[in-house]
Design a binder for this molecule. Structure first.
Ligand code: TXA
Ligand code: MG
Length: 369
């Protein structure tokens, strides 16, 4: 039986004890909900992989928190003390970049990949010599980590390859019956995952995943160029398991179960004839489910025809609204009566829009099976 708990002090204390004993639970963060387990307990880590049906070659992010709510500004030394990071193997340049990023962006939606300490179980890092660490800013996440008294490994609380959950109810829909508790923190403020930056021992910065922290800001703060890692666009389904890139480089695909197609146009820029011609190619009995980046859904229905369900991510294209609504509306379309799903294309190259573009592109990757 899975229960959604309100974040009362008693419940947080109870959840903290359960985590210390090796249970895994659903936890809110400012980005998406996580499936949390004690980072130094291999059995808890194994439970995370099993609960999510996640292949063990896809490594986890470790979540930490300031030790008290007022003290301990985060630093590399803090990560060494926690037994997570081997900072001594980093060049002076790499250490300097790490400190700048940590001081500027933690707590917040930014994950750093750093050389790992020998104490971190290989299961958490899929055998990589590096570990991904993040300090969430959500007060309930912080309270849960403090109550557990240990860093927590927490991937997004969805089944592998599916859309990340942005509410306690979404986690319930994904993992009901597989975990005992989900702590309810309401809807996630950012709505998509953290930005992941790899800080190699030499100090070079590589953007592994765009997310809640703008890449341009990271470049400003460090004064260095971010190299972009480009995964091949293939799905993360088990059918492609043999052909995976290196651990940590997996293209997990955030996809609706029904699949999704990228429209070749923005509705506002297309002619009525162009719209008619495009949708004519699909069967008459289909119910079209359409995700707009912005604009008025009823106007879109007038133009496309009555047999469609339309959601709009924002009134006016505001990036924060687009990011916040993206996964919850993709999920809503997926569970609606729509039989074919479409999204408008996003061409954003900076900030949250770049992250939205990344998620939409991945959602539209077709499974080879
Ligand atoms: O916002 C977030 O980061 C959320 C919340 C819950 O904090 N968590 C999250 O975790 O998105 P997850 O498991 O869905 O994404 C983890 C990704 C892996 O798929 C991998 O790409 C990358 O983090 N990763 C983890 N460890 C890595 C490593 N050592 N090297 C390279 N990439 C790593
Ligand atoms: Mg995920």
């Amino acid at each position: 039986m899975t229960r959604i708990l309100s974040p009362t002090p008693q419940n947080i204390a109870r959840i903290g004890r359960a985590l210390a004993e090796g249970e895994v639970i659903g936890m809110p963060t400012e980005t998406v909900y996580g499936l949390a387990g004690a980072a130094f307990q291999p059995e808890a880590l194994a439970r995370i992989f099993e609960t999510k049906e996640r292949p063990t070659f896809d490594p986890l992010i470790i979540h930490i928190t300031p030790l008290t709510s007022t003290s301990n500004l985060p630093s590399l030394m803090h990560l060494e003390e926690l037994g997570l990071v081997a900072a001594s193997s980093m060049s002076a340049q790499a250490r300097q970049n790490a400190e700048k990023i940590i001081q500027k962006f933690w707590p917040g939606p930014l994950t750093l990949v750093l050389p790992k300490s020998a104490q971190v179980p290989d299961l958490a890092t899929s055998g990589l010599p590096t570990v991904a660490v993040r300090m969430p800013r959500h007060p309930i996440a912080q309270a849960i980590i403090r109550a557990a008294g240990t860093p927590l490994a927490a991937p997004s609380a969805n089944r592998f390859g599916r859309i990340s959950p942005t509410s306690a109810q979404d986690v319930f829909a994904e993992l009901s019956g597989r975990i005992s508790w989900i702590v309810d923190g309401g809807s996630c403020e950012i709505g998509l995952e953290s930005t992941i930056v790899d800080l190699s021992a030499s100090g070079k910065l590589t953007l592994l995943r765009p997310g809640g922290t703008a890449g341009e800001l990271i470049e400003q703060v460090t004064g260095e160029k971010l190299h972009h890692f480009k995964p091949e666009l293939r799905t993360g389904t088990r059918t492609t398991e043999k052909a995976q890139p290196a651990p940590g480089m997996l293209l997990s695909h955030y996809a609706p179960v029904k699949g999704m197609r990228m429209l070749p146009f923005r509705l506002a820029e297309a002619s009525d004839e162009g719209i008619r011609n495009y949708f004519k190619g699909f069967g008459k009995n289909e119910i079209l489910g359409i995700l707009l980046l912005s604009g008025d859904p009823s106007r879109a229905i007038q133009r496309i025809g009555p047999s469609c369900i339309v959601y709009s991510l924002s009134a006016d294209g505001d990036p924060a609204s687009l990011a916040r609504n993206l996964f919850c509306q993709m999920r809503a379309l997926d569970s609606s009566a729509a039989t074919l799903l479409f999204t408008e294309p996003c061409t954003g190259e900076t900030g949250l829009l770049f992250a939205v573009r990344d998620r939409l592109t991945r959602a539209c990757v077709r499974s080879p099976s």
